[in-house]
Design a protein around this ligand. Sequence first.
Ligand code: ADP
Ligand code: MG
Length: 409
Amino acid sequence: MPVNCVAPKPEYESKAPGEGLSGKNEPSNAAVLAYPQTAETQSVIQLRVFPIALKFEEVVYKVKLESKGSCWGGTWHGKEKTILNGISGMVCPGEILAMLGPSGSGKTTLLTALGGRLNGKLSGKITYNGQPFSGVIKRRTGFVAQDDVLYPHLTVTETLMFTALLRLPKTLTWEEKAQHVEQVIIELGLTRCRNSMIGGPLFRGISGGEKKRVSIGQEMLINPSLLLLDEPTSGLDSTTAQRIITTVKRLADGGRTVVTTIHQPSSRLYHMFDKVVLLSEGSPIYYGPASAALDYFSSIGFATSMTVNPSDLLLDLANGIPPDRNGGDQGENMEKEQKLVRETLISAYEKNISTSLKAELCNLDVNSFSYIKDTPASKYKKYQFRGVVYKLVASVQGAISEGIEGAAL
Ligand SMILES: Nc1ncnc2c1ncn2[C@@H]1O[C@H](COP(=O)(O)OP(=O)(O)O)[C@@H](O)[C@H]1O
Ligand SMILES: [Mg+2]
């Protein structure tokens, strides 16, 4: 049986993953379980979480551009646009999946679908520990939208306190909620601006990076097991971006499952991701370990002779631009070539990744993860899992299983 994920089991968690997520065994205000009553000494990152393994198979999303109707006595049928075209993958507790692609490639739509927030013609299968989306999953999911929606006249502390009062269970006292706010402020490095107003278009307040951290803090307050972030680093300098992703990584290391869309990460950031989904006009052209993406593309004939930031190459390819291409044809010819490159990449994905991924997802039993306490030995296993370089994703997954099973013997 393949063992794809190694995640630390929460210290005082006795349930198997998936148990307790059916909604039957948990009280309706389940978020209270995420917080010990005496939280003084615990950082938010160390709080226990219920591990959630997120699996998505063949996700297709279409929208109607025009509605059906009648015109001059005849009927005409509405046109459909395919926004997501058969996207599959899996994220385990402790992992960060980054979704890359040019603007308009469908990243936000896929993230919204994974967060159970997408209405309309969505097909395919999205499961959380093998279960469909439910109220319990919703309470355990944090969603940070791309645009920060915050009250400009509140200070950072007031904003977080307001969220805590609204979103934390009634069973916690005001003081306990204030304590959680305090932890989040410290954890996100917001101490310096805690008494500054958020600000808006008419008056200056905290910086863009600080606003983003406040938005992440609002979600951290509920101690989510699944954290979904839409372009958390867009518009920020690389140091601030690095700081935000480092916090996100620490959240993931605490056993949370993280999915983030990201526009153009620096190479430092890129290497902090475990897995990558690369989208081109709604179609996947890569899914697999972040560290294996360049090897994969060079194995199908898109090698680069220069040392590049991996995300630059991936974004070029998703736009249909082959490596080492500077300028060249313009206009119609260029469009044709881009279309051809995209088609080549999509069919290479079908051939090399899709089939084996589908089989792997189908055979995978979400309750079969090896939850290992985060001992030095397990860290080593985790390191092994992440450190191996694979030529193709098909061989990646087999090799991962073998590596971990071998190490477990
Ligand atoms: N409800 C909708 N109606 C029409 N077009 C949509 C709708 N939702 C998304 N789109 C289109 O789908 C494409 C992908 O959008 P989005 O997921 O926001 O891309 P990204 O986040 O990668 O920039 C865009 O071209 C967008 O205009
Ligand atoms: Mg977007």
